[in-house]
Design a protein around this ligand. Sequence first.
Ligand SMILES: [Mn+2]
Length: 313
Amino acid sequence: MSDLYVIGHKNPDTDAICGAIALADFLSQTSHPEAKPARLGEVPERTAWVLEQAGVQAPKLINHVSECAADVQFALVDHNEFKQSVDGIDDAPVVYVLDHHRLAGDVVTKEPIRFINEPVGSSCTIIAREYRYAGLTPSKEIATCLCAGLISDTLLLTSPTTTELDKEILPWIAELAGIDPEEFTEGFFAVGSLLGSGSTEAILNTDRKEFEENGTKLTIAQIEERGLGPFDGRREELESALKQLCIDGDYALALLAVTDIKDNNSMIIASGKTECIAALPFEKVDETLFFGKGVCSRKKQIFPAAAEAIAKS
Ligand SMILES: [Mn+2]
């Protein structure tokens, strides 16, 4: 039987890694006994904390499809854009997609596949519901992973991406995991403040996504912090690195959002074409710095605003 790797996006976050682990577990019990989780990048510090809590190993790292067997197949979780997927994916069969992001139209198949995409708070929310639909109960380990993906993506049900389904699913999986969601959230965000002690490189690349909008490339990095105290002291260094990244990656627009999870506001540094930056709809602090009141979701708030700014300019 050929390998089926369940992969989250590049620069994986908790939903991408925990989602891959949980979806591989679900598929291995149902339609795809050969399913195994994999990841496309380093495990972030907070995700490592989650895996330790869950007692689960980090999935295998894959850098390129060519590292896998010739007949390998992939299931994509928490993304459906090839720019965010494993290098070489264009030539490999994708047999399953489970996601909660916009559609970019990359996935083309020869046969019908299961493609689940819903505008809910996390991929883990949808995976948990799949267990429910199948009449299965996730193990304590998997339930812990599912909680982590749901809680981190919805900032404990406070992000504007949160839906009724997230609110309904969380108590169920939290009970199976034996965790208190409030305490778990505290513990999760207490681990490793990138703004306080991370390198410039880590701040820019730990959770950065690339997009293509009508042939124009843009990139958006985001970090989540409890309080933005160290921001002013690091702005200059972050801005010059963002500028360099923008040039190196040939982006029309490069954004770094530093989100305060205590009030769900973000400071957003922008680099790129002057017209694009000027067209951003956030509150302007100065030429390249913006304040986003209540802005904490890349997929629902920052990316759509950036795409519109590019279209206008
Ligand atoms: Mn997600």
